[in-house]
Design a protein around this ligand. Structure first.
Ligand SMILES: NC(=O)c1ccc[n+]([C@@H]2O[C@H](COP(=O)([O-])OP(=O)(O)OC[C@H]3O[C@@H](n4cnc5c(N)ncnc54)[C@H](O)[C@@H]3O)[C@@H](O)[C@H]2O)c1
Length: 474
């Protein structure tokens, strides 16, 4: 399977195994983990028809994991994507790896921005893995259709989207639907054990403050192709448009901010921060003029426009979050090359410091530097890949009809990340309640290929970038 998501997220791979072999091992362990309870389910067939909406890197990876749970009665039954080539590529990879479990007939392959409506008619369990802006609408439709759901983070890009997810999360509870969200640290052994050590064994005392980091070089960027409409381009290069992605503080840093909320046990009440873009300044006009001047004004303008690939998102954010009990979380995320890199979390307590990261090096020390606790390396090597655990536990909940609904906390953590972005874009201290009530909606309720995207380039292809102190965010 070549399409498993490996694009930019710090991966959970034991040093002794490649990700591919580890996925295979994990799948085998998954069978054992589920075997005791799985297939006795209601004396039924245990059959689950899976639908995939958004057949890109992560959607394909999630479908692979769903099919690797050990339940041979789960089949990939329907697929939908905005782009036929993405759907075809994903189908081809998945059917090679899971020959007996991929049963997507041509009539159940749906292409287009409304493909989700058709997929939902065909499946029992659905994976929602499009760019995040669409998630509130897809989640709403999936809950209304009574489906069990695996949905990737983040689950919205604006406050109205979050409110929709929060509302539908309650409906999912009422309907008894099973919902798992792709915040995989919550499914990772070392994080679960660390939380237990903090809550039950009080190893660092009360948490006073914390530092959250997602500093790395950044992710893919897609070229504008000749003849593309602005909507086609923005959907292809979705990472760089806030209405689709949320900015990288939302798309990636959510993982760390979710850890802050999880360990503290609540969402923040206020935030203030700073951010901007120094490396994403777009085309350098003098360079372009020098290389394109023979092509005349049209050639120069075309090159300027083509080189503006970084849309409107920032390349760095720093946010100070305050929680109701006075706890402070400092969060930083950055997309810049050749600078300090870190993807991890740290908490300072009354008795010591807890260091967490998804390579399993989780440990605590006292303020003299003496070790208090560390996660066992041998156990880490044995742990099932958390991306796999998500699907194993979701399917076990479906089979056993036990409650699971991550929609509440993924909505809170997505809002925490959006809250940070509002603080850095606006440059002012803001309050959670006001931010959550905000009616500023980035994501149109309905998007078609003819919709005019909310982010509009000027005549040179520059997109409006937030200016702290000036931009209205709430
Ligand atoms: N949990 C994790 O570690 C993790 C890792 C990577 C990505 N993600 C999340 O997964 C989601 C997808 O990311 P990705 O890396 O797979 O992106 P991607 O660009 O590879 O895939 C997105 C797919 O969605 C399709 N699409 C876009 N709009 C659509 C619509 N309205 N209806 C149907 N299909 C549509 C695109 O054509 C594309 O195939 C994002 O929310 C991202 O944040 C999570």
């Amino acid at each position: 399977m070549t399409n498993i998501d490996t694009r930019h997220h710090a991966l959970y791979v034991p040093q002794t195994a490649s990700r591919r072999s580890f996925l295979q091992t994990s799948a085998a362990v998954g069978v054992g983990a589920l075997a005791s309870s799985n297939f006795a389910w209601a004396a039924g067939s245990g059959e689950i028809k899976l639908g995939l909406i958004g057949c890109g890197g992560r959607g394909s990876g999630a479908a692979d994991q769903a099919l690797s749970s050990g339940n041979k009665n789960i089949t990939l039954w329907a697929m939908g994507d905005a782009h036929k080539d993405r759907l075809d590529g994903s189908y081809s990879n998945l059917s090679q790896k899971h020959t007996d479990q991929v049963k997507v007939s041509d009539e159940r392959k749906f292409v287009g921005l409304d493909a989700y409506e058709q997929v939902l008619k065909e499946c029992d369990l659905v994976i929602l893995a499009t760019p995040p802006g669409f998630r509130p609408y897809h989640f709403e439709a999936a809950v209304n259709a009574g489906k069990n759901i695996f949905m990737e983070k983040p689950v919205a890009t604006d406050a109205p989207g979050i409110r929709k997810v929060m509302e539908m999360a309650k409906v999912a509870d009422q309907k008894g639907l099973k919902v798992v969200a792709g915040l995989q640290r919550r499914y990772q052994g070392c994080y679960r054990e660390a939380l237990k050590q903090v809550k039950e064994n009080n190893i660092i005392g009360d948490i006073i403050s914390g530092q959250m980091y997602w500093d790395d070089a950044g992710v893919w960027v897609k070229d504008r192709l000749d003849g593309m409409t602005e909507m086609q381009y923005q959907l292809l290069n979705w990472y760089y448009f806030t209405w689709l992605c949320g900015d990288h503080i939302v798309e990636q840093h959510i993982h760390n901010l979710d850890i802050a909320n999880w360990f503290i046990g609540s969402t923040p009440i206020s935030a203030q921060g700073m951010g901007g873009r120094q490396n994403r300044i777009g085309a350098k006009f003098p360079d372009i003029y020098a290389s394109e001047k023979d092509k005349g004004l049209d050639g120069i303008l075309k090159k300027v426009r083509d080189d503006n690939k970084f849309g409107e998102i920032f390349d760095h954010h720093f946010v100070e979050y305050t929680y109701a009990n006075g706890v402070r979380i400092n969060s930083q995320c950055r997309h810049q090359k050749n600078v300090y890199n870190a993807v991890r979390e740290e908490f300072h307590g009354t008795k010591g410091i807890l260091y967490l990261d998804n390579s399993g090096r989780c440990r605590a020390v006292d303020y003299k530097g003496n070790p208090i606790w560390s996660y066992d390396r041998e156990q880490f090597k044995k742990d099932i890949n958390p991306y796999q655990v998500e699907h194993n536990e979701l399917q076990a909940a479906i089979m056993n009809n036990t409650p699971i609904n991550n929609a509440h906390y993924v909505a809170d953590s997505t809002m925490t990340a959006i809250f940070g972005r509002l603080a850095t874009y606006g440059g002012k201290e803001i309050q959670w309640d006001a931010a959550l009530k905000s009616d500023i909606q980035l994501m149109p309720a309905k998007v078609t290929w003819d919709t005019v995207p909310p982010s509009k380039p000027d005549e040179l292809g520059y997109y409006p970038v937030a200016i702290p102190g000036t931009t209205k965010v709430i």
